[in-house]
Write a protein that binds this ligand. Structure first.
Ligand SMILES: Cc1cc2nc3c(=O)[nH]c(=O)nc-3n(C[C@H](O)[C@H](O)[C@H](O)COP(=O)(O)OP(=O)(O)OC[C@H]3O[C@@H](n4cnc5c(N)ncnc54)[C@H](O)[C@@H]3O)c2cc1C
Length: 407
């Protein structure tokens, strides 16, 4: 059985290893000059390769039942096992799994070593332009034709690509040619651009916050964690975790706001009593001192300005309504979402080939012998190792079944 894997990223390498282990002759065509380039930049160069706190709620997909089936068929524990077999020592940081060496390059090294041991034929600089189904598949690259019994599409997404690079991506066209539809591919795990003019003045602030995403009808998402404020808007883990939802809703032209709770330790009641106590103890002092030590100075300066308070105003002489408004704003600081920072800055994409259009072996429902895995499919996870877990899961399933079916 001759199997071609198109794309030598995380999912493609796992697919190739899984198929070769079952005795298939496996070739990888990778259009870059080397395989696994993206792995090197994962987890800030440390590669967060899975997460022990695995839950379906960490993912977005059009077919949650199939996703659940796949994540059970090849789970985070299987990831630990397989990397253990590859000789990779691992480190567990509160459930987030990294290589012990904290070097993403080592993850790539062990995968490449196993591809080598299994005799997988890696051909780089091979951009697959077309796949023609007949008796098996004729695969067209620049000026040459190759024949394979089965093909696994593991071509990734637009994540990290500028407009120019995106124009050269034809992987979704390969899937379309097989009869697949494409759910709009949009940036995810990405920063958010906000409409207000004042972001430059608060740029550089990092704080713990609860951020709630609202559309016209109410709250549609909430995350707690580190928020980073930049000169264009918002970044940080909390915003990344909401960004896939934001992208899809922006695509539907929904009006979106992010409401930031800068003092998330307080619930409504405890905040009311904290503030009334604080006002009493700051009587006679100025408003600047009142806010000092509660939130970042840049934020309190902005909140005072937005609520028409002067730093020199005396707490008991300041307009009570304005002071109250400023206090409330610390728990409901609102940012209007204009856009995301685009594919170029995105770590992954949401959208792609619907998971409903493949079976549980990840074989195309429209073209027997074609399998799909990785980000090409409409599955995107939150930060924390969930996207690589999907790459390992889907790669292993597609590779194993491609090799086992019809043997
Ligand atoms: C900066 C950054 C940090 C990240 N950190 C993490 C992390 O710590 N943990 C985590 O879980 N996830 C992380 N991710 C996400 C994760 O890296 C991806 O979800 C995962 O690598 C996707 O694997 P893939 O195989 O689907 O696609 P890719 O890794 O993108 O591989 C696809 C491959 O296919 C090739 N290809 C495409 N079209 C063709 C064609 N026509 N012919 C031949 N070859 C083709 C491409 O060149 C590419 O090499 C991060 C992503 C980025 C960008």
């Amino acid at each position: 059985m001759d199997i071609l894997v198109v794309g030598g990223g995380a999912s493609g390498m796992m697919a190739a290893i899984s198929a070769a282990k079952l005795g298939a002759n496996v070739t990888i065509f990778e259009k870059n000059d080397r395989v696994g380039k993206k792995i090197l930049s994962t987890g800030n160069g440390k590669c967060n390769l899975t997460n022990l706190n695995m839950d379906l709620s960490m993912y977005n997909s059009d077919d949650r039942d199939k996703l659940r089936y796949c994540l059970n068929a090849f789970s985070e524990k299987d990831t630990l096992d397989i990397f253990g077999q590859l000789g990779l020592m691992l480190k567990n940081k509160k459930g987030y799994i990294y290589p012990l060496s904290e070097q993403a390059s080592v993850v790539l090294d062990v995968l490449r070593h196993m591809l080598d041991v299994l005799g997988v034929n890696i051909k780089t600089g091979m951009d697959v332009k077309d796949i023609i189904a007949g008796n098996g598949f004729d695969v067209i690259t620049d000026g040459s034709k190759h024949h394979f019994d089965k093909v696994i599409l593991a071509c990734g997404s637009y994540a990290g690509f500028d407009d120019k690079k995106r124009k050269n991506v034809n992987s979704y066209d390969l899937a379309k040619k097989m009869g697949h539809s494409i759910i709009p591919v949009l940036p995810a795990l990405v920063q958010v651009v906000c409409a207000e003019e004042y972001y430059k003045s608060i740029s550089g602030v990092r704080c713990d916050a609860t951020v709630t995403l609202y559309n016209e009808n109410g709250a549609v998402g909430r995350e707690r964690g580190e928020l980073q404020i930049t000169d264009y808007g918002l970044s940080g883990i909390v915003v990344f975790q909401l960004s896939s939802e934001i992208s899809r809703r922006l695509e539907r032209h929904e009006e979106l706001n992010l409401v930031i709770d800068l003092l998330p330790e307080f619930d409504e009641d405890s905040f009311e009593s904290f503030i009334s106590g604080r006002i009493k103890s700051y009587l006679g002092e100025n408003v600047e001192s009142f806010f000092l030590g509660m939130i970042h100075k840049k934020l309190s300066a902005l909140i005072m300005r937005l609520c028409s308070l002067k730093p020199t105003d005396i707490v008991d002489k300041a307009n009570a309504g304005d002071l109250y408004k400023a206090c409330i704003m610390m728990k409901t600081f609102t940012a209007s979402v204009s856009s995301t920072k685009g594919f170029e800055n995105a770590q992954v994409c949401t959208g792609g080939v619907p998971l409903t259009e493949v079976n549980e072996k990840l074989e195309s429902l429209y073209q027997k012998g074609i399998y799909l895995c990785g980000e090409m499919l409409n599955v995107d996870g939150k930060c924390g190792g969930y996207n690589l877990q999907w790459a390992w899961t889907s790669g292993c399933i597609a590779g194993s079944f491609a090799a086992a079916d019809g043997k």
